[in-house]
Design a protein around this ligand. Structure first.
Ligand code: BGC
Ligand code: NOJ
Length: 810
């Protein structure tokens, strides 16, 4: 069952009913100012940091769901309605929500009146713009009474939901003309305020929530709206809001457009006030001026649309599968950009107050983003590396506003350091810019203690070899990629965090997953060394990589698949000898990606085991069988009910590892098949079961042993975004940057007769056409570049701002 459809031409998902199985959201933003917006206009805005600079209020996990947003009420004689259905919830004659790239549009019709609300965040200012277009479809003149509504957050979102004894006394506003200002705490340590403006004269306004709403009313029927008035209130303390009250008269067939601006400004300390208590409004006015007409607003929206066209043009494909095309060309890349900006901070599942930027997460996010905005990727790498410890270890998270490591969580997640190599390697392959390796980068943000980025990579590499266990496999520390495999934790106290509790010392728990990672990224490190002609270091790295390969072969192979780990006591995890969780997904994907078992058939055996035990119709589960009881020696993983999250859920993040492994093993049909099991467009028909947005990947889909298999959670902010893009673009379609050129090595379903890829790479455009007359999956038999035959599968670096035509026959 579907609740909308893809409009590929406009790059929109069109939702045709407000009652989706879960709020389906979109992100509006410019890198600094962001809004999250649902298909009923729920959501909130913030500046840079969803915890410290929250601009409007949202109530997570509230009832009814998705409460609070930026709302409009329209009173048309006896009918009261909202163009986004909520909050008035009056049944509409027509409803449509179009989530596009960087904007969302709501279209509501009621009583022969049409309202269209277009919301976006322009690049040029820190504001959300809402264009409200009202049209009279009837043959009588209509006088509409409009109320707008936003509720301010008192900036710190955590304090805002907890510290009421203070909050209820601090709120302050100012009102001037059609602009309602929110200035709580501006008089003391803050140098920022927010405002909500509309480009028309007001009939009234409200800034006091209780008066606007009536103490015991909900947002569906505020007193002011019901009474068709405004009380012109000035909030002091309690909960400041901003609501404009406007009257619009429309002749039959006539339409009018209003432009609302919800803005955020920072004012230098010396310029904060005009007079005592009166804030300096000049910076707000300069934003308002830029959007004082619908024409200006639409022109700015067009820039957002154009921006996305340019961004996405870095990688476009045509295959026989439209669903695959729309995921790769539009939505997956869009999700990669959003995930890159937000890490795991603010979605409908991440409340924006908890987690900072993950060291491993941000490095992986970069893999799906670097081709789109390489200059931002460079800065991100430096920011991340600046939090690294001298011994190569890393804070598990850092805070986006301060860019400092988060000492509450600390380090010892022993996979973390290697992800830095992954990111840098991807960056250099994309750009050829090895100068990044010479950047001087601090350890632990200490400016007095710096080393080259290359040295940071070396420390990452060495961190693994300096932390090997009894089987010469890497020690796992607090956890590896799987945050919930906490092998040194042993927690029987529900009040402690699995991730930061390390209450048993002397253990030697080892991770075969990190071992596989080390082989993969250790090789990439050696390649980088070779590339910059540091042969000695390359050779040293290769020796360690080979030793790790030996260790995996000796102690990491279980007979039909790769082992997962050794626990604190040296017992095997993820072995056929285990009582539960005999096989895990992570080492299977990663060891094969690292090249293990490809020559001796073990890759094949492994992938058959994955197919047999882990794959199900909803994707590939993380482990099988699921844990049915709490195993104290394993940590959080067995705390989840079976089939959910890390306990045998389909963790979409690591499905692509198996997809990539399948392509490396030459099985294009299966790689594609696995892709379609988790891909949003391919699961659109199951939206009712799936629940989350059919245009983005979710972190987790309940696995085959779950109570409700197929139900997804945690959409949007997940490593699944970057990795599925890598799997589809670089491995199924097979177009991937290398250090010396653009590698083309498709591994496609046999029935695909022709595909094409347009790839922007190092200042040139590669138009690649692949013909598959014999129904193969993989293997190039002939390749021409601009008409000339070339050998191998690597395209030269042209760097000539030209378009090049590549013809390939499999
Ligand atoms: C989740 C993980 C997450 C971790 C760290 C766990 O509860 O299952 O997916 O990475 O918390 O916040
Ligand atoms: C989500 C975390 O953000 C990510 O870092 C981790 O790898 C997965 N959960 C698996 O535990």
């Amino acid at each position: 069952m579907k609740f909308g459809y893809f409009d590929d031409k406009s790059r929109e998902y069109v939702i045709t009913t407000p009652q989706t199985p879960y709020p389906w959201i979109n992100y509006l933003g410019n890198g600094d100012f962001f809004s999250i917006i649902s298909n009923t206009s729920g959501g909130y805005s913030f500046y840079r940091d969803a915890r410290l600079r929250r601009i409007t209020r949202y109530r997570y996990n509230n009832i009814p769901l998705d409460s609070n947003g930026k709302y409009f009420y329209i009173r048309d004689e006896e009918v009261l309605w909202s163009p986004s259905w909520k909050p008035a919830k009056t049944p509409l004659d027509k409803y449509e929500c179009r989530h596009g790239l960087g904007y969302s549009k709501f279209l509501g019709e009621k009583n022969k009146c049409r309202a269209e609300v277009t919301c976006f965040v322009p690049d040029e200012v820190n504001a959300e713009i809402q264009i409200l277009k009202l049209e009279n479809l009837s043959d009588k003149t209509k006088t509409l009474k409009i109320h707008s509504f936003v509720e301010w957050c008192l900036w710190n979102a955590l304090e805002d939901t907890t510290n009421f004894q203070r909050n209820f006394s601090t709120g302050q506003v100012e009102i001037e003309g059609s602009t309602l200002y929110h200035k709580t705490e501006f008089r003391e340590r803050r140098n920022h305020y927010a405002f909500y403006h509309v480009n028309t004269a007001l009939k009234g306004y409200d800034t006091d929530r209780e008066k606007f709403l009536g103490l015991y009313n909900g947002l569906e029927a505020p007193d002011a709206v019901i009474n068709q008035t405004a009380y012109n209130t000035e909030a002091h303390g309690w909960s400041p809001i901003a609501s404009h009250f406007i009257e619009v008269t429309l002749k039959p067939g006539e339409h009018k457009e209003l432009v609302f601006v919800l803005g955020y400004v920072e004012v230098p300390d010396k310029d904060k006030f005009v007079t005592n208590q009166v804030i300096n409004k000049a910076p707000a006015k300069s934003i308002i001026e830029k959007f004082d007409s619908p024409a200006k607003a639409y022109a700015s929206l067009q820039l957002v649309v154009n921006k996305w066209t340019t961004l996405l043009s870095a990688y476009q494909t045509t295959t026989p599968d439209d669903k695959f095309n729309r995921v790769v060309n539009i939505w997956n890349q869009y999700q990669c950009v959003i995930t890159y900006f937000f890490s795991r901070s603010a979605s409908y599942f991440e409340s924006g107050i908890g987690r900072g930027m993950g060291f491993r997460d941000s490095n992986q996010d970069l893999l799906g983003f670097v081709h789109i905005m390489p200059h931002l990727a460079k800065q991100r790498i430096i920011d991340i590396a600046s939090t690294q410890f001298e011994d190569g270890g890393a804070y598990h998270q850092y805070q986006p506003l301060t860019k400092r490591g988060n000492s509450d969580i600390g380090g010892n997640f022993n996979d973390d350091p290697l992800w830095l190599i992954a990111a840098v390697s991807a960056y250099i392959k994309e750009t050829g810019d090895t100068s990044i390796l010479d950047e001087s980068v601090p350890f632990d943000n200490n400016e007095k203690n710096k080393a080259s980025l290359f040295e940071h990579l070396k420390r990452s590499f060495d961190h693994v070899i300096n932390n090997l266990g009894p089987h010469k496999l890497p020690l796992i520390g607090r956890a590896d990629w799987n945050d919930c495999l906490n092998l040194n934790c042993f927690s029987n106290n529900p009040d402690e965090s699995f991730q930061i509790t390390e209450n048993k010392s002397g253990g030697a728990a080892e991770s075969v997953f990190i071992a596989g990672m080390f082989v993969k990224y250790g090789k990439e490190y050696a390649e980088i060394c070779q590339f910059i002609k540091n042969t000695k270091e390359a050779q040293r790295a290769e020796i360690h990589v080979n030793e790790m390969v030996n260790a995996i072969n000796k102690h990491g192979w279980d007979g039909e698949w790769f082992l997962r780990a050794y626990d604190f006591f040296g017992n095997k995890i993820g072995s056929h000898t285990c009582e539960e969780a005999k096989i895990f997904i992570e080492p299977q994907g990663f060891c094969i990606m690292a090249g293990l078992g490809l020559e001796d058939g073990r890759a094949n055996t492994t992938l058959e085991s994955v197919h047999k035990y882990l794959a199900c119709e909803h994707g590939i589960v993380l482990n099988y069988p699921a844990f049915t009881r709490y195993h104290i020696e394993y940590g959080e993983i067995s705390s989840y009910p079976q089939g959910y999250k890390e306990n045998a859920g389909v963790f979409c993040h690591n499905n692509p590892w198996v997809i990539i492994a399948e392509t490396q093993n030459g099985n294009g049909d299966r790689a594609y098949d696995y892709f379609t099991r988790i891909s949003p467009a391919h699961t659109e028909d199951k939206s009712e079961l799936h629940k989350t947005e059919p245009y983005v990947f979710a972190q987790m889909i309940a696995g085959k042993e779950a109570f409700k298999p197929g139900e997804a959670k945690n959409s949007w902010l997940t490593g699944a975004a970057a990795w599925t893009f890598v799997a589809a673009s670089q491995h199924i379609l097979g177009v991937r940057p290398g250090l010396n050129g653009l590698i083309v090595d498709p591994c496609i379903p046999k029935q695909w007769k022709e595909i094409s890829v347009t790839r922007r790479f190092r200042n040139a455009v590669y138009n690649i056409k692949v013909h598959n007359p014999d129904g193969k999956s993989r293997g190039i038999s002939e390749m021409t570049v601009d008409g000339t035959l070339i050998k191998g599968n690597e395209l030269p670096i042209f760097n000539d701002n030209n378009i090049h035509e590549i013809e390939i026959t499999l």
